[in-house]
Design a binder for this molecule. Structure first.
Ligand SMILES: Cc1ncc(COP(=O)(O)O)c(C=O)c1O
Length: 370
């Protein structure tokens, strides 16, 4: 089981995750370096395309390098095969394939849509020299259950089963998108499938979830800066931005739950977050509760709106809202849109205190601009 760093890269948590993770899945050189320096263990790398200088460095320390296309494999094949780490078996090389089997409903994050650039479909492998390839990789799921994985594996087996059964293939990486830590995930079905694959095909099986490692583990704290009525809406302007701090709200798009509301007086000086254990939702759909607001950002983008939410009691300037599920794909993705300062990253310790592990300053913002 690997941690997909693309979803979560807060290295100060790696000590907690390390007992459960065989290593990391990296999307390129930077994440691979981070994996080797901070997690250790297995470093599996897959990128839709490698630069020559990146690949040269990856050959020195990665354990799996998976290629996305036959031309990339052919371009780097002899460099890879002549490397001592490949010859000794310390580094194995694989191909990301596309089983062309969609289980999701949102084209934006479905790698099996028609015209997808992610992975090699079966027909493109015909007649290709695969000597030196010892792994197969597919990633097709997103927030899905064991049944979708089983269905995908069966589809994969139809097109790629003979290749998987050939003695040259030593590993199968079934990507991420498994919602393993959700209470209703059928973990036994996953275990049974992995055992079956290992037994039938004599391969090592890897999974590289990202989100599942940290689902419902972090909140983003926002303060209400202003409240006013305009054009039929009651607006609450917050000190956070969907574009700068919660990009998936606009990209995926999705609506985060408001985990808790803390009234202005209580918010100031409260030493530690006391998260309500019982529910993630302190707000509802617009109109369901008596007080509805459009929660917007302090930026110039008209669409920089987190959403319309209703609350039990009116919001006031200085109130704090905690948005749920702000760990995965959020901390890693944020930008400095409009020069809006980044929130600090803090860990809630078992003793109830907060430890600041990353507090970006103006200098970081300026530095990133080059
Ligand atoms: C190749 C690959 N592996 C793993 C993951 C992690 O997926 P998730 O965070 O949904 O588990 C992704 C996500 O896009 C991916 O593209």
């Amino acid at each position: 089981m690997l941690l997909a760093l693309k979803a979560f890269s807060t290295t100060s948590c790696f000590e907690t995750l390390r007992p459960y993770a065989a290593g990391c899945c990296a999307s390129g050189l930077y994440e691979a370096r981070l994996a080797a320096r901070h997690m250790g263990g297995h470093v599996a790398v897959y990128s839709p395309a490698y630069r020559a200088d990146e690949l040269t460095e990856l050959l020195e320390f990665a354990h799996h390098i998976d290629f996305n296309s036959i031309p990339q494999w052919q371009r780097f094949r002899s460099q890879c095969l002549s490397h001592p780490r490949v010859q000794s078996g310390e580094l194995q090389l694989g191909l990301r394939i596309n089983p062309c089997y969609s289980t999701g409903h949102t084209p934006l994050y479905d790698p099996c849509i028609p015209g997808s650039r992610l992975g090699i479909p079966a027909n493109e492998l015909e007649g290709v020299d695969l000597s030196g390839i010892s792994g197969l990789h597919f990633h097709t799921l997103c927030e899905q259950g064991a049944q979708e994985l089983i269905d995908t594996f069966r589809a994969f087996e139809k097109s790629f089963g003979a290749l998987l059964a050939s003695p040259r293939i030593k590993y199968l990486n079934m990507g991420g998108g498994h919602w393993i830590t959700k209470p209703n995930y059928d973990r036994q079905a996953l275990i049974d499938l992995v055992k079956e694959i290992k037994e039938c095909y004599k391969v090592e099986v890897y999974l590289e979830p990202g989100e599942a490692w940290c689902v419902h583990t972090g909140v983003l704290k926002a303060m209400v800066l202003d409240i006013f009525d305009s054009l039929g809406y009651r607006h609450a302007i917050l000190d956070v931005s969907a574009s700068a701090h919660m990009p998936d709200v606009l990209e995926m798009p999705y609506r985060p739950d408001v985990y808790a509301v803390r009234p202005a007086g209580e918010a100031c000086g409260t030493p530690a977050l006391q998260l309500p254990a019982e529910s993630y939702a302190a707000a509802a759909e617009p109109g369901e509760l008596p007080h509805t607001y459009r929660l917007g950002a302090p930026t110039c983008l008209a669409g920089d709106v987190i959403g319309d939410y209703s609350f039990h009691t009116p919001l006031a300037v200085g109130d704090e809202l905690l948005f749920d599920d702000m760990t995965h794909y959020t901390i890693v993705k944020t930008t400095h849109f409009n020069g809006v300062p980044h929130p600090s990253v803090q860990l809630l310790q078992e003793n109830g205190t907060l430890r600041t592990v990353c507090a970006l300053q103006y200098a970081d913002f300026e530095h990133r601009l080059g």
